[in-house]
Design a protein around this ligand. Structure first.
Ligand code: ADP
Ligand code: MG
Length: 204
């Protein structure tokens, strides 16, 4: 089971993770975008941690709601509303819950990823964060123990992230580059891998 304090620890860990990876993520975005993805994620998750400190959530739904609001408010780029929507869908799925099992975690993330699809209209292979999310969801659905499934999801996201390198971007700012987007790793797929890698570490 995943309990509320672990969810809060994970969200706060993401503040540190994105602060550490800020320059790397922005460098990836400089190659095929406007170079702000690291700054966006670091700013967003710093605001998430601050919001959780300012008003400790009573349940897991409230933690995700608070995170969603902070992300939508503070992240300027496309990724803010996309991650914000993912977290908002999770907030709805987790309303009133103080503990989650693997099924609940997987079901909520699946709804969250559907939210990203509805908002961004991207498909598999378009070279976006979805190319990390889809294989991660498949790994979670394969089940097993919680710890193993979270690890498998992070590994699958990492593979998906690497697999964006040869792809041509068909959505978002990188799509303006056309063929010149080929040969570069997608920044959003990379931030998604980092999010799931931290989940495997903290929640597993
Ligand atoms: P912006 O592109 O507005 O500068 P960011 O740099 O923060 O925003 O985020 C860029 C990332 O957002 C991309 O690497 C990609 O993974 C993701 N992204 C952009 N557009 C979409 C979309 N329509 N659907 C899913 N993900 C997207
Ligand atoms: Mg950008």
């Amino acid at each position: 089971m995943i309990a509320l304090p672990e969810i809060v620890d994970w969200l706060k860990r993401l503040d540190a993770v994105y602060a550490e990876q800020k320059d790397f993520l922005s460098a990836l975005d400089s190659a095929i975008g406007d170079g702000d993805h690291g700054v966006n994620m670091a700013r967003g998750f710093h605001a998430v941690a601050a919001a959780l400190d300012a008003s400790p959530p009573a349940d897991i739904g409230a933690a995700f709601k608070s995170a969603s609001t902070a992300l939508i408010k503070t992240v300027g780029g496309a990724s803010g509303p996309l991650y914000g929507t993912l977290f908002l869908r999770c907030a709805l799925a987790f309303a009133g819950k103080t503990e989650l099992d693997l099924d609940a975690w997987t079901g909520a993330l699946e709804k969250g990823v559907q939210g990203i699809e509805q908002l961004g209209k991207a498909r598999e292979g378009d070279k976006t964060m979805l190319d990390a999310w889809f294989p991660a969801l498949a790994a979670l659905k394969a089940g097993g123990g919680l710890k193993e499934a979270l690890k498998a999801a992070a590994s699958a996201a990492e593979e998906g992230m690497k697999a964006t390198i040869p792809l041509k971007a068909l959505k978002g700012r990188a799509s303006y580059l056309g063929d010149r987007s080929i040969g570069h790793q997608d920044p959003g797929a990379t931030s998604t891998f980092l999010l799931l890698d931290a989940a495997a570490e903290v929640l597993g």
